[in-house]
Design a protein. Structure first.
Length: 301
């Protein structure tokens, strides 16, 4: 680097479940580091994504969707994560679906600190058929919070992502970068492995499987490969609440579990640039999401 002045800061991505926060994070970082599925509450941890562009380093924090429907131990942990993430950042991206504002959105908005600048990210603009309808909605949003800027956009549009990065840059303080230029996330490969298994699990079971199902990595070992530079062996347990859920995950003659394993392996090989071997088991642990100690033992803060 030359003696260019560096800018660096934390940007929290918040919103209710399923507004596209993880898709937005992946687009902002330029690579997949957060899992996505149609199921609400897919993101369960504070995931940091890093994008270094020019003299600026953006540190994005993707949070779980703030959950107001069920007050179990898992959701209390998730909501604590959201509150922790928005408490100490330079900028907040408040993500809503363009043209919509629900009670769940309002509850998230109520958490935001008046002192921290907030951008209203009107996401999924590509799904709005008549753009003229957005203007009165934006005026209504303006009365709800003193947003620093409104950004109608689609996380799937590369030009919109570049525009958003340019807007975010203005809010980041002048300070040295926190991470190396080529780093993309502060999460380990072991963590990414558990997340990718969970993504495939939810995608391949659809809405039948409760979101309380989780994944625990039992083994993550790297060894030198004979024909490849890296070889990683992973063993993971999918934890479900009931025997019926276990049968659903395994599928007819084990086909669904096999497919979850295959799709996970293929994606991890791309992400980690390694040869991956993965073994999956399914175990029943009734009521784990209501058990504070077990929630912690499964890696939730």
């Amino acid at each position: 680097m030359t003696d260019t002045v560096q800018h660096c800061g934390l940007v929290a991505i918040v919103g209710r479940p399923n507004v596209g926060k993880s898709t937005l994070l992946n687009a902002l970082v330029g690579q997949k580091i957060s899992i996505t599925s149609r199921k609400a509450q897919t993101t369960r941890h504070r995931i940091t994504g890093i994008r270094t562009q020019g003299a600026t380093q953006f540190i994005f924090v993707d949070t779980p969707g703030f959950q107001t429907q069920h007050n179990n131990a898992l959701n209390r942990s998730l909501n604590k994560t959201v509150l922790g993430a928005v408490g100490d950042v330079d900028l907040v991206l408040f993500v809503v679906e363009a043209g919509h504002f629900s009670l769940a959105d309002a509850k998230v908005l109520a958490l935001l600190n008046e002192k921290t600048p907030v951008l209203l990210i009107a996401n999924k603009l590509d799904t709005v058929h008549r753009r003229a309808e957005i203007a009165p909605w934006l005026r209504d949003m303006q009365s709800r919070h003193a947003f620093a800027e409104f950004v109608p956009m689609s996380a799937k549009n590369a030009k919109d992502i570049e525009r958003l990065l340019g807007i975010c840059e203005k809010f980041l303080p002048e300070q040295p970068w926190w991470y190396a230029e080529d780093e993309l996330t502060d999460r380990s490969e072991r963590f990414l492995a558990s997340e990718i298994v969970r993504e495939k699990l939810f995608r391949l079971t659809g809405d039948e499987l409760p979101y309380t199902s989780t994944v625990v990595i039992d083994k993550f070992e790297e060894e030198p490969g004979k024909t490849v530079s890296r070889m990683v062996r992973i063993a993971a347990t999918i934890v479900v609440e009931r025997d019926g859920h276990k049968a659903m995950v395994i599928g007819d003659k084990g086909e669904r579990l096999k497919r979850i394993g295959t799709e996970t392996r293929q994606e991890l090989e791309r992400l980690m640039d390694a040869k991956v071997f993965i073994e999956l088991w399914v175990k029943v642990r009734s009521g784990w999401a209501d058990d504070e100690a077990r929630v912690r033992s499964f890696g939730y803060e």
